[in-house]
Design a protein around this ligand. Sequence first.
Ligand code: SAM
Length: 250
Amino acid sequence: MKEWTEWKEKDCTRLLRESAEEMDVSLSEKQLAQFEAYAALLVEWNEKMNLTTITDPVEIVQKHFLDSISGASFLEDMRDEEEETLSLIDVGTGAGFPGIPLKIVCPWIELTLLDALQKRIGFLEEVVKELELEEVTCVHGRAEDLAHEEAFREQYDIACSRAVATLPALLEYCAGYVRVGGLFLAYKGPSLMEELTQAQGAMKKLHMEMIMIHQEISLENEHLLAVFEKTAETSLQYPRKQSKIKNDPL
Ligand code: SAM
């Protein structure tokens, strides 16, 4: 597995292991090596294409990896039995956040990584190969289009998304992917409360009920995760075209 000198110099394996433990996530040697390899690939590919503005290994751990895995407990809670798998789609995954860190800590999930930029899909495929991740599908397309296709419609136990759109638009992008009774994890920051006020109409029309706000207090920057449960089927009119979603929020 790929190694990275700067990661080692800054003792990032220890930082990641100890910080994850504070979040009740215990990481094996293999998982820690996968995170190091992922960070190394991220910085290497970032020289050729725009993937992230964060290139310091300590910041990659704090702002990308720990932030992403803060949703892992919801995956664990939803899994009834040891052998069971769960399907998860990360909408607008970019360089793989939060989907890939969630896959590393919960290797039993079936993961779909969706992004509108083809170049990012090439990077994700390389990460999947290098980290030897199984049951991962990388898909190029727009969230509002693929949500209408049978292969994706209401096929997922969980959808998640970070830094893609404001909550009303994000709910419309993501609701169609989730099965009734499934969850949507919206990774948000301090703007969450204001966005929730704006998203009341979308929540009602899309049958997405907010069941909790999770705050990861061990993370330095303010991080809030809004968890929604889908209570009924999504009407086929949603998601609408991009221009409607943007100009006429639900
Ligand atoms: N989720 C990643 C993260 O937190 O680092 C990436 C965030 S980046 C700011 C937003 C990503 O969402 C971009 O990679 C962009 O291509 C993708 N995106 C935006 N709108 C989208 C849409 N309608 N369908 C699919 N992907 C979309």
